[in-house]
Design a protein around this ligand. Structure first.
Ligand code: EPZ
Length: 447
C-alpha cells in the first residue's frame, strides 16, 4: 500500500487550478443512466471514486468512453438494474444509482452501503423519499429492492436527525424527473452539488426549480435526453488547498476557486488571520482566482459543521489541523457525523493538544507539530494528516494513502508543484525490507 513521506517546513508558493468536484460528478454520472441519448460530462477529476463509479456504470450496461477529464456515457433500455455489493462496499456513494435505476427501469437492486470510518451511514431518508413517489421497497440479503410500475409525483419531507441528506436529495430528485406529476422535496439538501445536478438534469429536459434551497419542485416528464455538462469545481479540494497555503504561511494563488460555495470556510479562515484575496472581480464567483496568505500566528476560532451553507463537515479535519497552530484555544463541533474524529488521535501523535468531549474537540494551540508515522483512516482525515506533515518539523509518514486517492488527484504532485517535499512510496516494500509485519489493529472501510 502507498504511503507519503513528507518533509515539513516549506512555505508553499505558486499557482494551481482546482479540479472538478467528485461529489458533484458521482450523482451526475448516475443521472446519465436515465438519459435516452449520449451524456457528455466534462472536467471530471481523475480519482479512484470516479473510476469505481465508471466500473459500476459499465456493469449496469452503460457504454463509457473516457477522453482525459471528459466522459461520454450511453445507456440503453436493456441495461442492468442490479448494483452488486462488491462494488457498492468499496464506495458507499454508489447508492446514488438507486433513484436513476428505479426511474429508468421501474426497478432497482442496490446493495445496502453499510457504515464507514466516519460513522453510521443510514439510507432511511433515501427510501422514505422513493416510497413517497410510489416505490415498493424491500430488503433482501443486504440488498435494497425497489419496484414501481409508474412513479407518481408527491410532496415529501426529507429532513432527518442530522438535517438534510445530500445523496438522498439527489436520488429523490432524479427519480422525480421521470415521475407522473409534480414532486416537492421539503428540507432538501442545499449543497452546490445538488444545484449542479439540477442544472445538468434540466439540460436533459427535466423541469426542476428551487435547487439550492430547502424546497425543490420537480415537474415530471416522460423522457430525458442526453446532454453536455461541465462539472463544477470541487469546493472541498479548494478549501483543502487554501488551508495548505495558510498552514505553511505560504502565498498560493488558486484558479477555478468556487468562492461562492465556500463563504462559511472563508469566514472562519479570515477570523484566524488568514487573508483570502479575490484577484479578478470580473470572474464568476463560482470559478474565480484567489490568493491565500496568512499571518505568522493565527487567532483561535470556534466553528460548528452544518448542512450547506454552514461550515462543511468535509473540511472539519483540515480546519482543525490549521487551528493546532493558533494562539489559544479553538472549539470544533461536528454536527453532521459526530464520530468524524479519527484524525484526532493521529494529530495527537504529532504533538497536537486536542481534547474531545463527544461531538466537540477543544484545540489548544501549540507552537509546533513534530513529524511522526501516522495512519489515514478516511478520506478527509487523511488530507488533514498531509496538511499537518507540511507544517510539522521533521518527517511525517502517512500510511494507507488509498483513502486520500479517493478524493484528491495526485495531491503530492499538486503540493510539490507549490514547493512541498512529499514522496509517495510503497510502504509494504519498505516494511518487508526493514521490519517484520505487525498486524494493524485498525480496520478501514470506504466513506
Ligand atoms: C455526502 O454524503 C458527501 N458524499 C459526503 O462527503 C458529505 O460528508 C455528506 O454529503 C455531508 O455533506 C458525496 O456527496 C459522495 P448525507 P451523503 O446523506 O449524501 C444522515 C467526502 O468526504 N442521514 O448528506 O451520504 C447521515 O448519517 C464525503 O467527500 C440519515 O440519517 O451524506 C449524516 O449524519 C464523506 N439518513 C447526515 O444525514 C439518511 O437516509 C448527512 O448525510 C441519509 C443520511
Amino acid at each position: 500500500m502507498d504511503a507519503f513521506r513528507i518533509t515539513g517546513g516549506t512555505r508553499l508558493n505558486g499557482r494551481i487550478r482546482v479540479d472538478g468536484s467528485k461529489n458533484a460528478a458521482l450523482p451526475e454520472m448516475a443521472a446519465a443512466l436515465m438519459a435516452k441519448g449520449p451524456v457528455q460530462l466534462r472536467g471530471l477529476p481523475a480519482l479512484s471514486d470516479i473510476d469505481n463509479m465508471a466500473r459500476l456504470m459499465a456493469e449496469l450496461g452503460c457504454q463509457i468512453e473516457r477522453d482525459g477529464q471528459d466522459l461520454r456515457m450511453v445507456t440503453s433500455d436493456d441495461g442492468s438494474w442490479h448494483a452488486r455489493y462488491d462494488i457498492v462496499r468499496t464506495m458507499r456513494a454508489s447508492i446514488c444509482v438507486l433513484g436513476p435505476l428505479l426511474a429508468r427501469y421501474g426497478q432497482a437492486r442496490v446493495a445496502m452501503p453499510g457504515g464507514c470510518a466516519i460513522g453510521d451511514r443510514p439510507v432511511d431518508l433515501h427510501l422514505r423519499g422513493l416510497e413517497a413517489l410510489g416505490a415498493r421497497i424491500e430488503l433482501d440479503g443486504g440488498d435494497i429492492i425497489a419496484r414501481a410500475d409508474r412513479l407518481r409525483g408527491n410532496t415529501v419531507f426529507l429532513g432527518g436527525p442530522f438535517g438534510s441528506t445530500v445523496l438522498g436529495t439527489a436520488n429523490v430528485m432524479c427519480a422525480a424527473t421521470l415521475a407522473e406529476g409534480v414532486t416537492v422535496i421539503e428540507s432538501a439538501a442545499c449543497e452546490p452539488e445538488i444545484s449542479d445536478l439540477a442544472v445538468m438534469l434540466n439540460s436533459m429536459g427535466a423541469s426542476i426549480t428551487g435547487a439550492g434551497t430547502p424546497r425543490i419542485t420537480i415537474r415530471g416528464c416522460t423522457e430525458l435526453s442526453g446532454c453536455d455538462h461541465r462539472v463544477m469545481p470541487d469546493r472541498i479540494v479548494a478549501g483543502t488547498l487554501a488551508i495548505a497555503s495558510a498552514i505553511t504561511n505560504g502565498d498560493v494563488t488558486l484558479e477555478d476557486f468556487p468562492l461562492d460555495h465556500l463563504l462559511a470556510v472563508v469566514d472562519r479562515l479570515q477570523a484566524t488571520g488568514v487573508r483570502v484575496q479575490r484577484l479578478d472581480e470580473l470572474e464568476p464567483p463560482g470559478r474565480c482566482t484567489i490568493k491565500v496568505t496568512s499571518e505568522r500566528r493565527l487567532k483561535p476560532v470556534l466553528f460548528t459543521t452544518q448542512p450547506y451553507p454552514g461550515f462543511p463537515t468535509d473540511l472539519q479535519a483540515q480546519m482543525m489541523t490549521l487551528l493546532c497552530f493558533a494562539d489559544g484555544n479553538s472549539i470544533v463541533t461536528e454536527k453532521i457525523f459526530p464520530d468524524r474524529f479519527l484524525h484526532v488521535s493521529e494529530l495527537t501523535r504529532m504533538g497536537a493538544q486536542l481534547y474531545r468531549q463527544g461531538g466537540t474537540v477543544v484545540v489548544q494551540g501549540v507552537n509546533r507539530l513534530v513529524g511522526a508515522p501516522v495512519m489515514a483512516s478516511d478520506l478527509r482525515g487523511s488530507a488533514s494528516l498531509v496538511l499537518a506533515g507540511l507544517a510539522a518539523e521533521g518527517t511525517t509518514t502517512v500510511s494507507r494513502i488509498y483513502h486520500l486517492d479517493r478524493g484528491y488527484k495526485d495531491l503530492e504532485l499538486q503540493l510539490n508543484s507549490l514547493g512541498a517535499d512529499i514522496e509517495r512510496f510503497n510502504a509494504d516494500a519498505e516494511d518487508t525490507a526493514e521490519t517484520p509485519k505487525t498486524e494493524s489493529t485498525r480496520t478501514s472501510s470506504a466513506t
